[in-house]
Ligand binder design. Structure first.
Ligand SMILES: Cc1cc2nc3c(=O)[nH]c(=O)nc-3n(C[C@H](O)[C@H](O)[C@H](O)COP(=O)(O)O)c2cc1C
Length: 379
């Protein structure tokens, strides 16, 4: 009998043949105008597998949403055209591909926004760190209530563009301290209008984004990602179980046919500087995404840490129904990860220094498994 990791599962409109999912991974290989380049076709085609799902990297939904240089966008015709080459390449291998839709909010810098506009956020609270140009994060401009519906519309347009580009669906990026997460967390949202204060109000933005995107492209082509335990970019919430519990319950009630909900595990350790002994021991022991998984009856993707202990992916999917596993770093390093896991072949190690730059180096040059030349680590 096949292990559950390698059994089919329906995700929205798609019938996947296994549960090894490529997590969204920002790699900053697009061109200076945020247009995907041919190298990105190769990367995605290498990692595509029959009936497998790739979630393509966090992608800018508008010129004004900020972002890193060389991150791809999905807001103009050129970008749509070049993404289509990538989705075609994945479909040629009978694989599937979603696009992650991203608005940076305060996690950007005016240097990256046309006209040097100040980044926006629910409240005028800066991240207490250095930004992408090595300076202190700017104090963002708090959005006016009337502006919020325009931003929601930007998510809608981007989702339609993604479908035009041939994506099988979109993932709304509600994780890791970007705009949606900034609305959700109590530490970054001190608004006094209907988008701030109570859990219901802080959740309103993501619920409205999902409501409108699903109206435009269908619940069965929309997924959403969260990270209640990530402290990245100063995220902190007073009552995580209640906050994300409310959000998931709302989805279960109002959008039960969403393609999936995707949660990052508390044990997630991908950020540089992570020190399991010092930084997050308490979190690792006490926190869990289990209640959210239980509240959601549809497909559930869990990511974070399976890279370093891939055997857990087998155990988790054996134990929990409707579960898929997102792999980040190990999918960077192993173009044929699906086959390696299936056959218990050793894994290549990832090189952090080429995550965000290096052209083809550290992007498309990781070797496929070759039994004559094994130098990897055993899963
Ligand atoms: C280079 C790199 C880029 C990432 N980019 C994104 C991103 O664009 N969107 C996102 O939601 N998460 C992003 N993540 C987080 C991953 O999707 C994933 O949750 C994390 O790497 C933990 O999984 P792992 O232990 O399998 O690596 C990124 C992680 C890495 C290492």
């Amino acid at each position: 009998m096949s292990p559950a990791l390698f059994t089919p599962i329906k995700v929205g409109r798609l019938l996947l043949s296994h549960r090894v999912v490529h997590s969204p991974l920002t790699r900053r290989r697009a061109d200076a105008d945020h247009v995907p380049v041919p190298l990105m076709i190769e990367y995605h085609q290498q990692r595509a597998s029959e009936g497998g799902l790739i979630i393509a990297e966090g992608t800018l939904i508008s010129e004004d949403c900020g972002g890193y240089p060389f991150a791809p966008g999905i807001y103009n015709d050129k970008q749509i055209e070049k993404w289509r080459d990538i989705t075609d390449a994945v479909h040629d291998k009978k694989g599937f591909i979603y696009l992650q839709l991203l608005h940076f909010g305060r996690a950007s810098a005016s240097a990256f926004i046309p006209g040097n506009k100040i980044p926006v956020s629910p409240s005028a609270i800066a991240i207490s760190d250095k930004n992408g140009v090595g300076e202190d994060y700017e104090v963002p401009r708090a959005l006016e209530t009337e502006e919020i519906s325009q931003i929601i519309q930007t998510f809608v347009e981007a989702s339609k563009n993604a479908i035009s580009a041939g994506f099988d669906g979109v993932e709304i990026h509600g994780a890791n301290g970007f705009l949606i997460d900034q609305f959700i967390n109590s530490s970054s949202n001190l608004r006094t209008d209907k988008y701030g204060g109570s859990i219901e109000n802080r959740a309103r933005f993501v619920l409205e984004v999902v409501e409108n995107v699903t109206k435009a492209i269908g619940e069965d082509r929309t997924g959403v990602r969260f990270s209640p335990w990530s402290g990245f970019q100063d995220m902190e919430d007073d009552t995580p179980y209640e906050t994300w519990g409310y959000i998931v319950n709302q989805f279960q009630e109002k959008h039960p046919n969403l393609a999936y909900i995707h949660f990052i595990e508390p044990r997630d350790d991908y950020l540089p500087g992570y020190n399991p002994e010092v930084d997050r021991t308490e979190i690792l022991e006490n926190d869990t995404i289990e209640p959210f998984r239980k509240a959601w009856k549809g497909p559930f993707i869990t990511a974070g840490g399976y890279t370093t202990t891939p055997k857990r992916a087998f155990e988790t999917t054996e134990r929990l129904e409707n579960t898929l596993i997102g792999f980040g770093r190990t999918f960077i390093a192993n173009p044929d990860l699906v086959l390696r896991l299936k056959n218990d072949w050793p894994l290549n190690k990832y090189d952090r220094s080429t995550f965000y730059e290096g052209g083809s180096v550290g992007y498309t040059d990781y070797p496929f498994y070759n039994p004559e030349k094994v130098n990897g680590i055993k899963s």
